[in-house]
Write a protein that binds this ligand. Structure first.
Ligand code: MG
Ligand code: MG
Length: 255
């Protein structure tokens, strides 16, 4: 599983290298698709329930499950890229939101807080804790502390031979509730956080989820294995973050 998860991070890094105003999300998708095939993987999302592409690319007020399009990115867009790869029988699944060109301080803060909330959640991914402990930690940090909207309609999930396995991992909930975490479980933890209200709408394409108030939304996702000790993050942002920092057309929004 770790190999699949790490390959997802490498695919992200390749995508981050070409992000700039003018590039289309279809070009980014096609680059990632080719990268996956060249590395012996299968794109997990392509044809999943009829999804038409290798990646989900959701821009600005699109929360998740956006289709790649032949529309060029513009200065101040944010782009949530979600990549899944099946290799050697196991899936990796990781998402990251990038800021194209100059973005507002408010957008920078949304990205920074959403990524930080992922690690707040991961810190609760420990043997003996419950799913509700992860869920509550993310909600408390983003909603109570920062006043953002936590999307309810979509949640994280178990991961393994299937892309989506039990248990569901919501980004909202009560401490001490739901499934107990056991050693060896792998969870895709993925806060989807709206700058405005939590309400979303589903586009008629059957997939794209967007914010009802049309304010931006951010999405960060890691795959985490429960161990007897520290949470083991199987996916990695190291290479994509290096690419992000090296790309003058992307804004680094984090500490
Ligand atoms: Mg994902
Ligand atoms: Mg996922």
């Amino acid at each position: 599983m770790r190999l699949s998860c790490l390959l997802v991070g490498k695919a992200h890094a390749e995508a981050a290298k070409i992000m700039r105003p003018g590039v289309t999300t279809m070009e980014i998708n096609n680059l990632v698709h080719t990268f996956i095939l060249d590395h012996g993987g299968i794109p997990s999302f392509l044809n999943y329930g009829g999804f038409p592409a290798a990646t989900c690319i959701s821009v600005n007020d699109e929360v998740v499950h956006g289709f790649p399009k032949n529309v060029p990115l513009k200065d101040a867009d944010i782009i949530s890229l979600d990549i899944g790869i099946l290799k050697n029988g196991f899936h990796g699944d990781s998402a990251y939101t990038y800021a194209i060109g100059e973005v507002s301080e408010a957008v920078k803060k949304l990205l920074k807080v959403t990524k930080a909330s992922l690690y707040v959640g991961i810190d609760k991914a420990r043997k003996g804790n419950r799913i509700g402990d992860i869920a509550y930690a993310i909600q408390e940090y983003t909603e109570q502390k920062h006043g953002y909207g936590v999307v309810r309609e979509l949640v994280g999930h178990g991961l393994g031979k299937q892309l989506h396995e039990d248990p569901q991992v919501p980004n909202y909930g009560k401490r001490g509730t739901k499934e107990k975490l056991k050693e060896g479980m792998v969870l895709a933890i993925e806060p989807m956080i709206n700058m405005g209200t939590r309400e979303v709408e589903f586009l008629k394409d059957g997939w794209t989820v967007l914010t009802k108030d049309r304010k931006p939304s951010a999405h960060f996702e890691h795959d985490v294995c429960i161990t007897s000790g520290e949470p083991d993050i199987l996916s990695s942002f190291a290479e994509l973050e290096a690419a992000e920092k090296a790309n003058p057309n992307l804004t680094w929004c984090h500490d």
